[in-house]
Design a binder for this molecule. Structure first.
Ligand SMILES: Nc1nc2c(c(=O)[nH]1)N[C@H]1C(S)=C(S)[C@@H](COP(=O)(O)OP(=O)(O)OC[C@H]3O[C@@H](n4cnc5c(=O)[nH]c(N)nc54)[C@H](O)[C@@H]3O)O[C@H]1N2
Ligand SMILES: Nc1nc2c(c(=O)[nH]1)N[C@H]1C(S)=C(S)[C@@H](COP(=O)(O)OP(=O)(O)OC[C@H]3O[C@@H](n4cnc5c(=O)[nH]c(N)nc54)[C@H](O)[C@@H]3O)O[C@H]1N2
Ligand SMILES: [Mo]
Length: 768
């Protein structure tokens, strides 16, 4: 890869011709099956399939081409014509495959047959489904005889509502609530923060609110890469005069300017829309201070001349205002400036924009959730919104941008380690069993238990757990000590190269593929970021005749590992997913009323949300102000000037641990992922130079060595004292114990690190 490294400033807008070029390159590179382009036309359509990339909402009246550059990449990636066949596995030992990087592992192509790992030969060998299920069932039973809590049932947020419902039931019938989800590394912070303050675990904004907002405040989310279809709503809003204000340490191009690649006029005239009117480069972890500064300014203006706060709303609907006001008054501007890295004048200006706007939305992503005080950050954003009654009316509200396409939905149908969030009584009644009541393991707890040797079995419904979690080294060492590891997957990834005594790789259909069962072709459903539930129907021919659907695999594992239970009709469910939807409706009647009929509603049917009608299901029955836990969202590293805050980031060419290529176009990085973005002053301060190879070392006092070498220094417009590098390469640096208070989301956005030049570090030519 090194020969193609190129670092230079990207001058174009997000979207635009660069996006079309990237799309074509990806179609060619992934050897997409001939159907792929036709498939794009069906993406996010009323009778089509739901994009397998992000969870952003689908409009009721979609564009002729309702997809984006990265959604299209995800489609091509799934519909690749390349395959990881038994012949491939026969030719490569697992030890050899461990030397491959994430890109090359997945680029082998789609898994085609169930495989079992042979320890003696160190290769995966093909196996029949019958043998696989029989042995997995036997092993799972053996673990449960000892202690069912020694098995983990992980889910990555892509599997449908139907499969997810079956999966949580499998875990609970098995005897535990060990249902960590990718959400535990992501928006669990939201799911913990929002119920306390507005009484629901999900955002309050619907897609139509984008037509009515006067101002949108954006914290720590990068829509240009991670939810590009959202740029359409942002562009429309900006054109309408809606003011967009961004807080982000990096100047992300998608938040600066956008050209809609699906608008011929915009493309031909090369016109672009300015997205953010104000762009504040807050320090990593500085959001609580920034928002507190804004609120302080609002209180000061209210005091001076009035007319700022929505007193009627505050009196009728809110609780805890006085304590929060006191907190704001007590913070000095010096402290707020130091912590946020922004000037008082900037924060007052942002507050003024907020105060002038009638309907304001707060949008956020991982920049808020992946910090020690992530929960507090989200709650402080809610405080800001509440001051002017910006929740529960058109154009206003809180908008967490979820990650995986069904990650929100998986929680809705019971994939959670927290039993109090699940209607256990109803499950008990419906299926005649005593569900486990004890808390299950979060992702962080699961990692700790695996490292400590307390876990015997791991079943992964999608995802790349080992690569996505913190503490890569300790985790890779500990993983093979498990007895049973089972991975349900579409593509080979690094997690599959670390195996328990008994290890299976089970290939499944992707969502874009036709899923035929006894009653005919099946559809599945998902819930998007704005709590709308949609149907999704596969269109492409399955890549291999040996693939089973995820629902079928879950059902077979259940049948093989659980005591017979005549009340759980696994086979009937697999024959007709409509019957699973009936069961979901029976379990959650308020949310899924008339599920089978309503799932085709254009744009999805709306899950009822109390906050939208100002009904607050909180302990006080009101919307609660919460006093921030600290001014800094990050871990305290004391006064150590040589310690920087590392943000682990996604490039424009990846979906989580799935690396599509080596182009981070908007940030001007081509040909490598081994870089570290640093402020020029820091580069000088540490005696480094652009192009120099460096080592990052985690600055903690727990005696666990964590370092990553060979990162090339890229001078970047990033606040001094902060640096940025890519996930998952940097996960080796993230300490497991540094996670968000309350939600246990790993604090991947402010890892304390020290930088040093590599011994063999050569200074490469600074490119162009
Ligand atoms: N193409 C593509 N789409 C995706 C994904 C993908 O990998 N690729 N992943 C999916 C998933 S699972 C998720 S969760 C989402 C993730 O989408 P995002 O939430 O956008 O996640 P990140 O890219 O990790 O980082 C978000 C932004 O936070 C900023 N940031 C970092 N630290 C701070 C901070 O302290 N304060 C503030 N204000 N900003 C900060 C970073 O500069 C970056 O712009 O996207 C989903 N969609
Ligand atoms: N340092 C750091 N760590 C992070 C983050 C960060 O920002 N920084 N982000 C975190 C976040 S937000 C998330 S959500 C997690 C992501 O963690 P995961 O969800 O566990 O990881 P993914 O990379 O999305 O999983 C990719 C794999 O899923 C499988 N797959 C793809 N499609 C399907 C399908 O349809 N069915 C099945 N069964 N399998 C499929 C493929 O085999 C592929 O290799 O990572 C987290 N880790
Ligand atoms: Mo995520």
């Amino acid at each position: 890869m090194n020969s193609h490294i190129r670092i230079r400033r990207y001058e174009g807008p997000a979207g635009g011709w660069g996006s079309v070029q990237s799309l074509v390159q990806n179609a060619v590179k992934s050897r997409a099956r001939s159907y792929s382009l036709a498939a794009l036309a069906q993406q996010n359509k009323a009778k089509g399939f739901a994009c397998v990339s992000c969870a952003w909402s689908k409009p009721a009246k979609p564009n002729p081409a309702e997809f984006c550059e990265n959604g299209a990449k995800a489609t091509f990636w799934e519909l690749t014509g390349r395959t990881a066949t038994p012949e491939f596995f026969a030719a490569h030992t697992v030890a050899e495959l461990r030397t491959w990087d994430d890109y090359h592992l997945e680029a082998v192509g789609r898994l085609t047959q169930p495989m079992r790992y042979d320890h003696l030969l160190d290769i995966y060998e093909p196996v029949s489904w019958e043998v696989a299920f029989e042995e997995i069932g036997r092993e799972l039973k053996a673990i449960s005889v000892d202690d069912p809590k020694k098995t983990i049932f992980y889910a990555s947020g892509r599997a449908s509502l139907e499969t997810s419902y079956m999966y949580q039931l499998l875990a609970r019938l098995y005897g535990n609530n060990n249902l960590p989800d990718s959400s535990n590394m992501c928006h669990e912070t939201t799911s913990v923060a929002l119920p306390e303050v507005i009484g629901q675990p999900v955002g309050s904004v619907r897609l139509s609110d984008f037509d009515h907002a006067d101002a949108i405040f954006f914290f720590g989310h990068n829509p240009g890469s991670n939810a590009p279809r959202m740029l359409h709503q942002l562009q429309e809003a900006a054109k309408r005069g809606c003011v967009i204000v961004t807080f982000n340490p990096l100047r992300e191009r998608g938040l600066e300017r956008f050209t809609n690649p699906q608008s011929p006029v915009e493309m031909l005239t090369r016109s672009e829309t300015k997205i953010s009117h104000r762009y504040y480069q807050v320090r990593s972890g500085g959001d609580i201070a920034a928002m507190t500064g804004m609120c302080k300014s609002l209180f000061e203006r209210e005091e001076a001349s009035g007319g700022i706060l929505d007193h009627g709303f505050l009196a009728e609907h809110c609780h805890g205002l006085d304590d929060f006001r006191l907190f704001c008054e007590q913070q000095s501007w010096d402290a707020l400036e130091a912590e946020s890295g922004l000037k008082r004048a900037d924060l007052e200006e942002a507050a003024a924009i907020y105060a002038q706007s009638k309907a304001v939305m707060g949008v956020y992503g991982m920049g808020l959730t992946q910090h020690k005080h992530g929960v507090s950050s989200v709650q402080t954003l809610v405080n800001l919104l509440l001051l002017r009654g910006n929740i529960g009316r058109p154009g206003a509200g809180i908008c967490p941008v979820r990650g995986h396409s069904n990650v929100q939905g998986q929680r809705t149908v019971g994939i959670t380690e927290k039993p109090h969030l699940v209607p256990l009584e109803r499950l008990a009644e419906m299926y005649g069993f005593e569900p486990p009541r004890e808390e299950g393991l979060t992702t962080v707890d699961a990692c700790r238990a695996i490292i400590d040797g307390d876990i015997r079995g791991f079943v992964g419904l999608g995802g790349n757990f080992l690569r996505a979690v913190p503490e890569t080294s300790l985790m890779e060492d500990a993983w093979p000590r498990m007895r049973l590891t089972v991975q349900i997957a579409t593509k080979l990834n690094r997690n599959h190269l670390f195996n328990g005594d008994v290890a299976y790789l089970l290939p499944c259909l992707g969502r874009i593929e036709v899923d035929m069962q006894a009653s005919g072709q099946q559809v599945v459903t998902i819930e998007d970021s704005t709590a709308c539930v949609h149907a999704s129907k596969g269109r492409a021919h399955p890549i291999s005749k040996h693939l089973l659907s995820e629902a079928k695999i879950v059902a077979e594992i259940a049948k093989a590992s659980l005591a017979p239970n005549a009340r759980v009709p696994w086979d009937e469910w697999v024959a007709d997913y409509g019957k699973v939807r009936d069961a979901i409706e029976a379990t959650y009647p308020d949310i899924f009323k008339s599920f089978n009929e309503r799932m085709w509603t254009p744009g999805g049917f709306e899950r009822p949300l109390g906050a939208n009608v100002r009904k607050w299901k909180t302990d006080t029955g009101k919307a609660n102000f919460k006093v921030p836990k600290a001014l800094s969202a990050s871990f305290d590293t004391g006064d150590q000037p040589d310690v920087m805050r590392l943000m682990t980031l996604r490039s424009n060419d990846q979906f989580n641990t799935t690396v599509y290529g080596y182009s981070d176009r908007f940030r001007g990085v081509e040909g490598t992922r081994m870089i570290v973005f640093m402020n020029p002053a820091d580069i000088r301060r540490f005696g480094l130079a652009e192009g120099r190879n460096v080592t990052l070392q985690t600055a903690t006092s727990d005696n666990v060595p964590r370092s990553l070498s060979g990162l090339r220094v890229v001078a970047y417009d990033i606040p001094a004292g902060c640096c940025g590098a890519y996930y998952p390469e940097c996960n080796v640096l993230v300490p497991l114990e540094q996670h968000a208070e309350g939600s246990k989301v790993p604090a991947g956005k402010s890892v304390p690190v020290r930088v040093s030049a590599d011994a063999a570090g050569v200074r490469l030519e600074a490119a162009e």
